[in-house]
Design a protein around this ligand. Structure first.
Ligand SMILES: Nc1ncnc2c1ncn2[C@@H]1O[C@H](COP(=O)(O)OP(=O)(O)O)[C@@H](O)[C@H]1O
Ligand SMILES: [Mg+2]
Length: 165
């Protein structure tokens, strides 16, 4: 069963504070699949997760490598599948091994490109531009969802945490 919760984000600093709260619930590891148009804020979201988890380097868009590892409170693996054209290319990334990593935070941008490799348990982060933007280019909609059983309790904790200002 898919469960989701949506937040309207007014600007980047609000995304930052929400993302840091989410990060604090991911310290035991998690698999996050990220979806959303180009420029919607997927990399920005992962960057603030990195700040929240005290990553030793700032997380940036992995331009030359599709996969980037960061040392943090828990190891972070950041993957961007934007330049993946065929499903077979995903096979060569050893993706199944990465998807099975425990005690890591694995974040995958353009996760819809995983195709048949989409696992059964993950959290889905969707960033989008609200349909009606009121003169504010920084508004976003952040949707947090959970698929499968493994991350249900993390999802509940995130929901509770984000209710508290
Ligand atoms: N509320 C917001 N949330 C996220 N990014 C925002 C927001 N407002 C403005 N931005 C800007 O939008 C851009 C998002 O880019 P990026 O995170 O690379 O997107 P993506 O990885 O989805 O292609 C950044 O330049 C960021 O500074
Ligand atoms: Mg990106």
């Amino acid at each position: 069963m898919v469960k989701t919760v949506k937040y309207l984000i007014k600007n980047e600093s609000q995304l930052k504070s929400i993302t840091k709260k989410i990060a604090s619930e991911l310290e035991d590891g998690c698999l996050l699949l990220l979806e959303g148009d180009l420029g919607a804020g997927k990399t920005t979201f992962v960057r603030y997760l990195g700040e929240g988890l005290k990553a030793k380097q700032p997380i940036t868009s992995p331009t030359f490598t599709l996969i980037q590892n960061y040392d943090a409170k828990i190891p972070i693996v950041h993957i961007d599948l934007y330049r993946i054209e065929k499903e077979i290319d995903i096979y060569f990334l050893d993706i199944t091994e990465i998807l099975d990593k425990e005690d890591h935070l694995v974040c995958i941008e353009w996760a819809e490109r995983l195709g048949k490799y989409i696992p059964k348990d993950y959290m889905l982060i969707t960033l989008s531009y609200p349909k009606i933007i009121e003169n504010n280019e920084s508004e976003r909609e952040l949707e947090v969802g959970v698929i499968g059983t493994k991350y249900q309790s993390v999802f509940q904790k995130i929901k509770t945490k984000l209710k508290v200002k």
